[in-house]
Design a protein around this ligand. Structure first.
Ligand code: FES
Ligand code: FES
Length: 155
């Protein structure tokens, strides 16, 4: 076991992990941040998307030890401290951008990544950016509408 330390959602955290422990396992199992989902465990579905040093990454495709010293944001960090939904989360709720919700944390984190770079993405740009995030409920139309609404609100 090795110790690892990082900042998660603005708080300094640390824990003991094995060399093979994935970042998503550290977030969910050690820190109890179960909002980050595991859909495939093989970097194919995007459900585990979090931000590491401001960029969207798949937390099932990164070792916890690789995040040593990093600044990590999970879906829990997108809401306010009082639990109020963030702008993107609220847009997904209002525009029915989710059905079962399994893909939603990853979709929200991928959307935040897109809007940090491009505040007024076209529909094609939204679809291209979310291409690696798979929704098994096939709710893509409303997901795109949700992203457009979030962009309009943030713009
Ligand atoms: S669980 Fe990480 S990409 Fe699917
Ligand atoms: S809302 Fe069910 S997987 Fe996307």
């Amino acid at each position: 076991m090795k110790s690892v330390s990082m900042t998660v959602n603005g708080k300094a955290v640390s824990g003991e992990v094995e060399g093979r422990t994935l970042l998503v396992q550290f977030l969910r199992d050690t820190l109890g941040l179960t909002g980050t989902h595991v859909g495939c465990d093989t970097a194919q579905c995007g459900a585990c998307t979090v931000h590491v040093n401001g960029k969207a990454v798949r937390a099932c495709n990164m070792l916890a030890l690789e995040a040593e010293g990093a600044d990590v944001t999970t879906i829990e960090g997108m809401a306010s401290d009082d639990g109020a939904l963030g702008v993107i989360q609220a847009a997904f709720q209002e525009h029915h951008g989710l059905q079962c919700g399994f893909c939603t944390p990853g979709m929200v984190m991928a959307t935040a990544d897109l809007l940090a770079e491009n505040r007024s993405p076209s529909e094609a740009e939204i679809r291209a950016h979310l291409e690696g995030n798979i929704c098994r409920c096939t709710g893509y139309h409303n997901i795109v509408r949700s992203v457009q609404a979030a962009a309009a609100r943030m713009g």
